[in-house]
Design a protein around this ligand. Sequence first.
Ligand SMILES: Cc1cc2nc3c(=O)[nH]c(=O)nc-3n(C[C@H](O)[C@H](O)[C@H](O)COP(=O)(O)OP(=O)(O)OC[C@H]3O[C@@H](n4cnc5c(N)ncnc54)[C@H](O)[C@@H]3O)c2cc1C
Length: 504
Amino acid sequence: MVRVNEVWPGGSAGPKRRHGRRVTVVGAGIAGLVAAYELEGLGYRVEVLEGNDRVGGRIRTHRFGAGDDAPSVELGAMRIPTRHWRTLGYIDQLGLGDRIRRFTTLLSDENAFIATDGGHTRIRDASDVLCRQFRREAVFARYSDATIAFGAWLTAVVDAIAPPDLRRALRSDLRDQLLDLVEKIDLTSFLHGSARDRVDLHFLFSAHPGLRSACSRRLNSFLDDILTETSPALLRLAGGMDQLPRRLAERLQAKVSCGHKVVGIEVRSDDVLLHVKTDTRTFVRRTDFVVCTVPFPVLRRMWLSGFDADKRAVLNDTVYCPATKVAFHCREPFWLQEGITGGASFSGGRIRQTYYPPAEEAADRGAALLASYTIGEEADWLGRLPAAQRYRVVLKELGVMHPQVLRPGMVLGAASVVWGRSPWTLGGCATRWGKDAAAREQERLRAARPVNRLFFAGEHSASVPAWIEGAIESALHAVRQIAEYEPPRGTAHSRHRKTLGAPR
Ligand SMILES: Cc1cc2nc3c(=O)[nH]c(=O)nc-3n(C[C@H](O)[C@H](O)[C@H](O)COP(=O)(O)OP(=O)(O)OC[C@H]3O[C@@H](n4cnc5c(N)ncnc54)[C@H](O)[C@@H]3O)c2cc1C
């Protein structure tokens, strides 16, 4: 099976089954559920403690109403790059393969909008406006039309997706070196769009990897995400991404105890003590091994004992980028009347991106709209507002691009998640922006390094943070470490020193 090969890359069935050993997994997000599933497969006695009242963590499908035909929207993860084979492997293995559909992404529906200095313009007509706007900066005026088109569209994409500091970084990169390098390339074969007036950024950056050297480190480390998020090679799960964690939880024999918040972790020489709080009681669970998938901003607020100095440091050093999503339940998918069948607009202002989820549900129940998706400062700003005010701000800004949304009775309801303020995350996703590849790997190793019998998983300890794929990769890594665990010899008693293996 795929999963065994991944846990044991050599393709063997792994070491002898460790029947009877108890592993407690903390957190029932995708990392925790995959770890539990695989450990169970290896014969461990597994239980999962989840603080929230649901499984899935940052995979969160919101349904406006009860039942499978209620309009739904993704308030957490929403797309799967086709190269994320681990994620797709589990989808397949869990019998969800027939629900995979293409995900239409930002700026790919030519009828969607893009915010420009002159207001919202249809994407199909935007090239002229964006290029004129770009050329207005005197330093750029000397470049050829094709180079200007490159600069204008890269700026538009980065403006749509990146937080403000990265948007600023791009401008100085373009000025310093990037456009000079692009000017030397014949861009003819990279032009696309109905009028061949857009530059295929994915194709260009992969054909000319040297262009990356002209990007500042901070932008460079975010560029992969930017290119991935605007790539045509993206998929989704019809019926909601939360089917993946829910199906995994159903397949477990292990008990998944929701409403069980871990408030303290005590690492000892031969076991781990978890201090757990429910609505009605507080108790201590002794266990042989723990897989902790709790996001670091939450973990660093817990009472922790037996953690060495470097582990404490990495808990504090790991930086998270806030993210906020605001969705509206609309009476009807009014955007269809404007010819928008999916994808997303760059709405600009403080709401940044607006996604039009495919309306697969019963038409008489209305349609869901992801009115605003923000990260960084804008996510923080929206997140600080009380919910009702947040909805008013989003509605007002959205109404500039889509006046139909302001019609009486058009918005039937709203929902949002401010991930930076969710008590279960206290951040959107881990970021390693501004670090070179070696520094990123070093931080990953520090984050993933176990403390004696306490093992770590979660997107923050993966080589691809901020993706489901990374969370799964980290879970498989932790499972492998547990299965290979041998207690360090002759060190049975130091509570503060013992760790399994230095960073590799
Ligand atoms: C807005 C947004 C959009 C995203 N978009 C995408 C996308 O399109 N595609 C993609 O692949 N990825 C996307 N991601 C990233 C993806 O969602 C995450 O990488 C992945 O879901 C993280 O899984 P995890 O198991 O590491 O963490 P989580 O899902 O956060 O799981 C951690 C679990 O621990 C629980 N927990 C926390 N504290 C405690 C405690 N004290 N006691 C017990 N349990 C506790 C939490 O409730 C949670 O269930 C997005 C993330 C966000 C926030």
